[in-house]
Write a protein that binds this ligand. Structure first.
Ligand code: ADP
Ligand code: MG
Length: 604
């Protein structure tokens, strides 16, 4: 037999708090959002012990009078909406009236607020109980201090991570809001040390870029490519993507109506577009602002409002095309697939010239390759205009059959056609013409070879005569500090200098100091769990190393290759783990699909 009981109010609040308040960073998020909603021009965040001991947020917004200040801690107390219709078009960051109640249920809170300078009130609440409310002097605005988070919920306190990890997460929240509101001044300090300081700027694209520079360093900001597109749904998509040079600088911040969030569908659209456009797994920095008419987006689908729902299903198509355009510009190239009609004509010339030229690299059998191709093609053109390229079959020739097999072990029916301008290797495939950049192909092959060799190598350390000084954003310095002991096992030695400068005093002997610095800088800028990053370290080291070595020794462009050389290169490439993009993400193989050729020749 079970007995059903109604839970008491305090317990209900504590359960509800679990959804809103997960860790110090979630408290920081709610308090900063409230300060923004209150119209603050300047927001100061002060933390102790990563926010576990204390979180203080001070704003110069509207403030609250005595009765509002007391009411604010009730569940579902909000000044921001009053009807369901309001909810549909909500423009403020908060609207559920839950955050302060939730926070007060699991911490010791002190609120000091004033709507007029001098006319202030101080309210103390412990674990959901009001302890005191008294008048006090305070400038206009609100200051909330949240101490001893989860002091009354030990089970949740146990789940908090180290000071460093919690601090890094909280820092990312402040960074995010500082990015979304360049017109507001922000500062963040930890136990008296300033981690972030950003003066109020304007409210346009350039102000946003300056703010990025303040948070992550001016060089990073200068290399960003900006974009701005007005969509038919009334939305404006704008922001910045990083260029290729920034490599793995994974600073990814996305906002819907200036609300910091990480919507899974939006992230998936970004990753997909990078893969398609760049043929790469190296995701660049992204600062994406989606300003959408409030009625077009539902923010009330996630307890921490970390995800949203877009009412117009076609929105993602527009988002992807906007990102694609920006990514193409960031790379400074046309898109890789030749199927794009815009990039076809030039490539077609190469293809047409092939019939006469393909003979040379093949010695005796070459004539047959060339002539059989021309004859067959001519035949199909004149006698049967509707004939499809895909129907044309050649008898495979001994010398030119490349014994290719992918990782699956299945043989691939490719045929070597020849070399174009000492630079590209041309292959006939079952469904189209393949162009392989010999330099990048060789790079990839060497890269994978090195990687296999290096897995066995023991990591030796080299002391640097002169330490390398890395200047980092606060969150980045913390991230490296978190990883310090893992890095030491790989031969790195780091020491913290003043402010956010980290000195590299030793590196793995196999790395040049420049590469070591690059690797640490990119490591520092990646969000995610410490555990995850630590696991990946050895792989990263090998990658940095392999990428550099292989690029130095790879065959260059404008270098004639024999048929055997081409065959073995192509065979090894297709057996590689990742045959289609070089270690730096450039495409290796381009395909001109038969279908596309047929369309261009008017056969479809
Ligand atoms: P919500 O933000 O969803 O309305 P909260 O629990 O976060 O709910 O806050 C409750 C109410 O307290 C807000 O609607 C607002 O009126 C008031 N409030 C909270 N923080 C501030 C602040 N920093 N300045 C002025 N008013 C505030
Ligand atoms: Mg709120």
């Amino acid at each position: 037999m079970t007995t059903i009981q109604i839970l008491d109010d305090r317990l209900i609040s504590q359960i509800a708090a679990g959804e809103v308040v997960e860790r110090p960073a979630s408290v920081v998020k709610e308090l900063v959002e409230n300060a923004i909603d209150a119209g603050a021009r300047s927001i100061r965040v002060e933390l102790e012990a990563g926010g576990k001991r204390s979180i203080r947020v001070v704003d110069d917004g509207l403030g609250m009078d005595r009765s509002d200040a007391l009411l604010a801690f009730d569940r579902h107390a909000t000044s921001k909406i009053s009807s369901f219709d309001d909810l549909q078009g909500v423009g403020s960051l908060g609207f559920r009236g839950e955050a302060l109640a939730a926070i007060a249920a699991v911490a010791r809170v002190e609120l000091v607020t004033a709507t007029e300078p001098g006319d202030g009130h101080r309210i103390r609440i412990d674990g959901g109980h009001i302890r005191s409310a008294e008048p006090t002097a305070h400038p206009r605005g609100t200051s909330i201090e949240v101490r001893s988070l989860f002091f009354n919920v030990p089970a949740r306190r146990k789940f908090l991570k180290t000071v460093r990890t919690e601090l890094r997460r909280a820092t990312e929240v402040v960074q995010g809001y500082a990015l979304s509101r360049p017109e507001i001044g922000f500062s963040l300090s930890h136990e008296g040390r300033t981690l972030l300081e950003a003066a109020p700027a304007g409210d346009d694209l350039e102000a946003a870029r300056r703010r990025i520079g303040e948070l992550f360093g001016a060089p990073a900001a200068q290399n960003l490519v900006d974009f701005c597109q007005q969509g038919p749904g009334g939305e404006r998509l704008w922001g910045f993507v990083g260029d290729r040079k920034q490599g793995r600088g994974r600073r990814i911040f996305t906002f819907v109506n200036r609300r910091l969030l990480r919507d899974r569908t939006v992230m998936a659209a970004f990753y997909r577009t990078v893969r398609e456009t760049w043929r790469s797994e190296d995701f660049p920095a992204l600062f994406l602002f989606m300003d959408i008419p409030p009625a077009e987006v539902d923010v009330n689908v996630h307890p921490q409002k970390a995800e949203v729902r877009f009412r117009d299903g076609r929105f993602f198509g527009r988002l992807s095309s906007c990102l694609r355009e920006a990514l193409e510009r960031a790379r400074g190239e046309e898109p890789a697939p030749l199927a794009e009609t815009t990039s076809l004509p030039g490539a077609l010339l190469a293809w047409q010239g092939l019939g006469q030229r393909s003979g040379s690299p093949f010695g005796g059998s070459a004539g047959r390759v060339g002539s059989s191709e021309v004859r067959e093609l001519d035949g199909s053109l004149s006698s049967e205009p509707a004939g499809k390229l895909a129907d044309v079959v050649f008898a495979p020739l001994e010398r030119s059959t490349v014994p290719l097999s992918g990782r699956s072990g299945e043989p691939r029916p490719f045929r070597l056609l020849g070399q174009y301008k000492g630079t590209l290797i041309l292959l006939e495939g079952p469904d189209g013409l393949y162009l392989i950049d010999q330099h990048v192909a060789h790079e990839r092959v060497l890269y994978e070879r090195f990687r296999c060799q290096l897995v066995e190598t023991v990591v030796r350390s080299q002391r640097l005569l002169e330490p390398i000084l890395l200047e980092l954003a606060p969150a980045e310095a913390l991230r490296l500090a978190e990883l310090a002991s893992d890095l030491e096992r790989l031969g790195f030695s780091l020491s913290e200098m003043s402010g956010n400068v980290v000195a590299i005093t030793a590196t793995p002997a196999v790395l040049t100091p420049g590469l070591a610095e690059e690797m640490l800088a990119s490591l520092a800028s990646e969000p995610g769990d410490r555990e995850e990053a630590a696991e990946d370290l050895k792989g990263r080291l090998l990658e940095a190393l392999a990428a550099s070595q292989s690029c130095r020794t790879a065959v260059k462009m404008h270098h004639p290759l024999s048929a055997e050389e081409m065959e073995s290169l192509v065979a090894e490439l297709f057996a590689a783990e990742q045959p289609f993009a070089c270690p730096h993400g450039r495409p290796i193989v381009l395909k001109m699909a038969d279908i596309e050729l047929e369309r261009r020749f008017g056969r479809r």
